[in-house]
Design a protein around this ligand. Structure first.
Ligand SMILES: [Zn+2]
Length: 297
């Protein structure tokens, strides 16, 4: 039988500390490295069954609780996971608006914690900052909703691509979308000066980029509370609309997003469906459909 909610007892049992502030980096790194790798068993959700890493932080939500875990160390990369909710049915695309904001605030705290690691295995990337923090999500049908926050020692591909884009165009992806993308591909505008559009040169079905206008620079934790509020609202509404549109089309409700951000980078968030998602219409039709769903619960 599939359990649909994480038992508070399971959460309490695996709690490493009261909050992230009371933890040091070495403790978190060890907890992630020593976490036993669980074998996937068919049927039940491994999160709801309590098979998650040591709990580093919890956040009370309007519905349920979000929590952060020390997930793994893979090839020298420290991986943390943020569970969107203890309730299996909830995810960032369906939680109440205030909960979406709380989730992004939690990601910003995790990002700041990782970047301030002070561990020489991660090279200095800015004053007081080490390594490259990657924040991303992959949503799969039936899976428990989580976000990944990881600390890389080497520049990840998405960061190299953005640097190459700047070298080629003289500006970041966000500025290029602001000034050069066809205005009819705008999906919407959000609180905190955010905009979202389908890039004209899209390579994936339902690719959407959310950016800040006027241009912001830096990591998630460097943004203002109002900008993170806008980002949470934009991601919640757009991915909610995307999920609905995929369902309407009889496609798998599957998508991912990545925050492209860091020192010197114009932050933006890229949403896309997997390469295997095939559609027979184009950006103009996607924009029309998404716009019609935004605001619809
Ligand atoms: Zn679950």
């Amino acid at each position: 039988m599939v359990r649909r909610r994480i038992d508070p007892v399971l959460l309490a049992e695996q709690r490493l500390a009261e909050s992230l502030q009371s933890l040091d980096f070495a403790t978190v790194l060890n907890a992630a490295a020593e976490r036993p790798r669980t074998v996937a068993r068919g049927g039940s959700c491994r999160w709801c069954a309590g098979r998650f890493g040591p709990v580093l932080d919890t956040t009370e939500l309007v519905r349920g609780r979000s929590f952060l875990t020390a997930h793994a160390v893979v090839d020298g990369t420290l991986v943390l996971k943020q569970a969107s909710s203890t309730d299996h049915r909830d995810d960032l695309d369906s939680v109440p608006p205030m909960d979406a904001i709380a989730l992004f605030e939690g990601m910003a705290r995790a990002e700041a914690f990782l970047a301030a690691c002070g561990d020489s295995r991660w090279p200095e990337t800015a004053p007081g900052r080490r390594g490259h923090v990657a924040i991303a999500k992959r949503r799969r049908p039936g899976g428990h909703g989580t976000q990944t926050i990881a600390l890389y020692a080497r520049e990840p591909r998405w960061l190299l691509r953005e640097r190459a884009f700047v070298a080629r165009h003289g500006v970041g992806t966000a500025s290029a979308l602001e000034t050069r993308n066809p205005v009819e591909l705008l999906v919407g505008e959000f609180r905190g000066g955010l905009a979202a559009a389908v890039p004209a040169a899209t390579t994936r079905a339902f690719e959407i980029v959310v950016w800040f206008r006027p241009g912001a620079i830096g990591a998630l934790a460097d943004l203002s509370g109002n900008q993170r509020w806008g980002l949470a609202q934009a991601v919640r509404e757009i991915t909610g609309a995307l999920r609905l549109e995929l369902a309407v089309r009889g496609l798998r409700e599957e998508y991912g997003w990545r925050l492209v951000a860091g020192p010197g980078i114009e932050p933006h968030l890229r949403i896309a469906t997997p390469r295997t998602t095939t559609v027979y219409d184009g950006p103009a039709e996607w924009v029309e459909k998404l716009r019609s769903h935004i605001g619809v619960e």
